[in-house]
Design a protein around this ligand. Structure first.
Ligand code: IPE
Ligand code: IPE
Ligand code: MG
Length: 250
């Protein structure tokens, strides 16, 4: 897969250890608004530029051999934004969901949407189901788009599902395990993220993959998401490969 990358002098790809790639990368795609502001453009132009970068980075991650990429596109808290911005974001998401070829091209990318359907229009929900169906047999990389996603909301929903089982008597409270909680999260078909990237100079999770990130490695940068490149992704992964993951051991 690495043949897709140009091994020229600016590229640090030779330092990459393909035997130690993160299986699952999470990206908090932040900084679109500031990118647009710097250029005197409306915030929606920043979101559009950010979506283009997502197309490219998904392909790059697939070519590198990353199996799961989870990107934060819209949080449960983003509804607080002015209605014109929320509308512009939903329109953009809707366009991409509609025309999934635009997002994945001819690549072997499976698209899944994680998050709550609460508050999403029927039209968007139908499009989510369609893109998941159309891409379900693709297997090189799974792109999970976190849409109307909140880590706390996800954990609450898992607790509700488990509580139902306690109520109907199929389990007792003592039977509740960490695995049971993981199995009731949106992310139950993938491993926890090994590596979480947040551009834009903010040093927080903003309600992204709270349960799943217990032992994730983090990488922060001042780059604004629409400026994020394949080389930044490679540099971040090289940095990840220098980390010593101990999981509480020695
Ligand atoms: C991230 O960019 C995209 C979404 C949250 C939808 P922002 O819109 O948060 O950009 P900044 O943080 O204001 O620059
Ligand atoms: C996190 O970014 C959500 C997404 C990237 C979709 P925000 O811009 O919403 O996060 P805060 O408000 O800076 O914490
Ligand atoms: Mg932001």
């Amino acid at each position: 897969m690495l043949k897709f990358f140009n091994r020229n002098k600016q590229n640090t790809i030779d330092e990459l250890d393909i035997n130690n790639l993160p299986k699952h990368i999470g990206i908090i795609m932040d900084g679109n608004g500031r990118w647009a502001k710097k250029r005197g453009l409306p915030r929606s132009a920043g979101h559009r530029a950010g979506a283009k970068v997502l197309e490219q980075i998904t392909r790059d991650a697939g070519h590198l051999g990353i199996r799961f990429l989870t990107v934060y596109a819209f949080s449960t808290e983003n509804w607080k934004r002015p209605s014109d911005e929320v509308e512009a974001l939903m329109k953009l998401l809707s366009e991409y969901l509609d025309d999934y070829k635009r997002l994945i091209g001819d690549e072997d990318i499976r698209v899944k949407i994680i998050g709550s359907y609460d508050g999403l229009s029927e039209e968007i929900i139908a499009k989510i189901k369609n893109i998941e169906e159309q891409t379900k047999n693709n297997s090189a990389i799974t792109l999970n788009i976190a849409l109307n996603y909140g880590g706390r909301d996800e954990i609450v929903k898992a607790c509700q599902k488990i509580s139902e089982k306690i109520k109907d008597g199929s389990i007792t409270p003592e039977n509740v395990t960490e695995d049971m909680i993981s199995e009731n999260l949106y992310t139950n078909y993938m491993p926890d993220p090994d590596f979480i990237i947040r551009p834009s100079g903010e040093y927080r999770l903003s309600n992204f993959l709270l349960w799943q990130s217990a032992y994730s490695e983090f990488w922060y940068s001042n780059i604004l998401w629409p400026d994020f490149t394949r080389d930044d992704l490679i540099k971040a992964i090289i940095d990840y490969q220098k980390r010593n993951r101990r999981y509480g051991g020695v």
